[in-house]
Design a protein around this ligand. Structure first.
Ligand code: NAG
Ligand code: NAG
Length: 605
């Protein structure tokens, strides 16, 4: 039997069309019965919903609704409209893959912000075409996007130019707080187009020319009061660039800026701004009390830059909590740190001035050598609250780590909060790591996570490592350290009591069947274990039986067990094993050439 449309749904459809087309019915909306408004809310396209929302009779203070009754006196009705649910539905319909990644209490704001970002991305694509020479604001938004919003192409709207970028910027800009802009959009026009936005965060890519910098700076100045986060990547940065950016974020009248996060990543330097710390950056650092994260990764920064940056931060009693100088060339930056600080300490570095609030320090990939680690040890004494230190991908070898070990000894005496330490790929040997683990084992601090992956340590490290497993360590990466079968055998014998491990990475250790035996012992002794990476271990197919019988007995929390990188012929047993061991409905085992999640099992070759 065909559905006969009810009177209600006919009314709703008519209202919907009217709302999309124009504003004539808006004044009548508050007079409608609530039930009808409720249904209307769930049926409207974004454009009409926003209009309706602006005309719903709210009391902003307590989100309650007022209405005029027939005699005209104001009546308070204690109820909310289900607007947020409707906006979330609309969002999900248009961006099904994004919806779960977003946490918000204001889906209307996120909807329009994402819409505007879509429009800007489309415009950037058009403007990138070399023959383009019009106004950015005149770029046409494609019908597919317009349809999502509620323009259906046949109706004539009371708005003009609704298919131009400028319309969308001005109409929906007030909802946009975080935007990504490519170089081609940073023209003289852009500040005018985005004038309605309340920008807090900007991500900017490929800014290269003077014209783009000028366009961008106008935009920054316009939003200096609200901006808190600026991120640049793949830009060509010069001293002028740095100066212009630093100047334009200063809030007029108060002579300081409100930036909390500044990051310049993977950018090339046009002149020597990376050789010494530009004075504009010094004043930027000293004129904002709010700055808490500074990331300057992969910009070819030089030693003198890092040296003066560090001294400046130290001297300012800076409030920075995250400092990332990874992937640069700053080796030598701290080589005479100790002498320098003792020389200046009585003169200009006052007592108590330090990087008190620094929690995260990333110095990955900087060609640091053993002397740098000596300097680092002294520098770390000025960071009493450091929790997270990454010095991976530096080749300081055992001599380097020896220079740092006194820090761990001191840290354990001063109750340092260091919780996460990464020393991947530092050309360490068994001797160096032995000393390190020894120092860390007595460390009374809350060290939870350690990575010593990709250092060739060999099986000799296993006994020390086995003892270390017995500490409060929760996350351990020992991938690619050359344990081999004998290493795993020793490790296995060392496990006696209950371990606190939550995640472990033992991949690329060529352990063969011994890897499986180790795993089986681990599973029965680490009740909190959730994630294991045992990929690339030359395990024979029999290992699977060993591991699965251990899985059956262990009543653990295991969510992922990665066994990829093994040459096992795929058999139907694999599918049934995947189906047998589940955590929250998802397979625990990740097997070589496993079908991807959700795909039918028999799809696999
Ligand atoms: C520390 O800051 C003061 C001004 O606040 C300045 O005179 C001095 O030169 C600075 N010292 C260093 C080592 O940067
Ligand atoms: C595990 O360690 C290996 C070797 O260092 C590395 O390639 C891999 O990315 C790590 N995996 C995880 C999930 O940490």
């Amino acid at each position: 039997m065909a559905d006969v449309p009810s009177l209600i749904s006919l009314c709703i459809d008519t209202l919907k069309e009217e709302l999309v087309r124009g504003d004539d019915v808006l004044p009548a909306i508050p007079e409608l019965p609530f039930d009808l408004i409720d249904i209307l809310i769930t049926r409207l396209p974004p454009l009409a919903l926003t209009k309706l929302q602006n005309h719903l009779p709210y009391d902003d203070q307590d989100m309650q609704v007022f209405s005029h009754d027939r005699v005209g006196d104001k009546r308070k009705r204690g109820r909310d409209w289900n607007l947020d649910v409707a906006w979330r539905m609309l969002f999900k319909l248009r961006w099904p893959n994004l919806v779960d990644q977003i946490q918000t209490t204001d889906w209307q704001q996120v909807y329009w912000e994402t819409h505007l970002q879509n429009c800007l991305d489309v415009a950037a694509e058009r403007a990138l075409i070399p023959s383009f020479n019009g106004y950015i604001g005149d770029i046409q938004i494609p019908d597919t996007i317009l349809k999502h919003v509620g323009f259906d192409g046949h109706t004539s709207y009371s708005f003009h130019d609704h298919s131009k970028l400028s319309y969308h910027c001005l109409q929906f800009g007030c909802h946009a707080r975080c935007l990504r802009l490519q170089n081609v959009l940073c023209t003289a026009e852009i500040s005018d187009l985005l004038r309605e936005c309340k920008l807090r965060s900007l991500v900017l890519g490929w800014i290269r020319s003077k014209e783009q910098i000028d366009g961008l700076c106008k935009l920054l100045a316009q939003h200096s009061k609200t901006l808190t986060s600026l991120e640049f990547f793949y830009c060509s940065v010069s001293s002028d660039f740095v100066k212009a950016i630093c100047d334009s974020v200063v809030i007029k009248g108060v002579q300081r800026h409100g930036i909390e996060h500044l990051s310049i990543n993977s950018s090339s330097s046009v002149d020597s701004w990376t050789a010494t710390l530009p004075s504009e950056l010094v004043s930027f650092l000293s004129s904002g009390r709010s700055l808490c994260s500074l990331k300057l990764s992969n910009n070819d920064l030089r030693r003198n830059f890092a040296q003066s940056l560090f001294m400046t931060l130290l001297n300012l009693s800076s409030g920075i909590s995250v400092l990332d100088l990874s992937e640069n060339h700053i080796a030598g930056w701290l080589s005479d740190f100790n002498q320098r600080t003792s020389r200046v300490s009585h003169l200009s570095l006052g007592i108590g001035k330090s990087l008190q609030l620094l929690r995260v320090l990333n110095l990955r990939g900087n060609f640091l050598k053993k002397d740098d680690l000596e300097g680092l040890r002294h520098a770390l004494a000025h960071m009493p609250n450091l929790e997270n230190l990454d010095i991976s991908d530096n080749f300081f070898k055992d001599e380097g780590i020896r220079n740092l070990i006194p820090y761990f000894v001191e840290a354990s005496e001063t109750c340092s909060p260091l919780a996460d330490l990464k020393l991947e790929n530092c050309e360490l040997s068994c001797d160096g790591v032995y000393l390190l683990l020894d120092a860390l084992s007595t460390f009374k601090g809350p060290l939870k996570s350690l990575s010593i992956a990709e250092n060739f340590l060999g099986s000799e490290i296993a006994a020390t490592l086995g003892k270390f497993l017995d500490t409060s360590i929760q996350v351990l990466n020992i991938g690619g350290i050359g344990l081999g079968p004998s290493g795993f055998r020793v490790l296995q014998d060392q496990i006696k009591g209950e371990l606190k491990l939550v995640k472990i990475n033992i991949s690329k250790n060529r352990g063969g069947i011994e890897t499986a035996k180790f795993l089986s012992r681990l599973l029965s002794h680490a009740p909190q274990l959730t994630e294991v990476n045992a990929a690339f271990n030359l395990m024979p197919i029999e290992s699977l039986t060993v591991i699965c019988s251990a899985l059956k007995v262990a009543k653990g929390n295991l969510e992922h067990l990665d066994l990829t990188g093994h040459v096992w012929d795929y058999t139907p047993t694999h599918a049934s094993l995947r189906a047998e061991f589940l955590h929250n409905g998802k397979p625990i085992l990740i097997l070589p050439s496993s079908p991807t999640f959700g795909a039918p099992y028999d799809d696999d070759p």
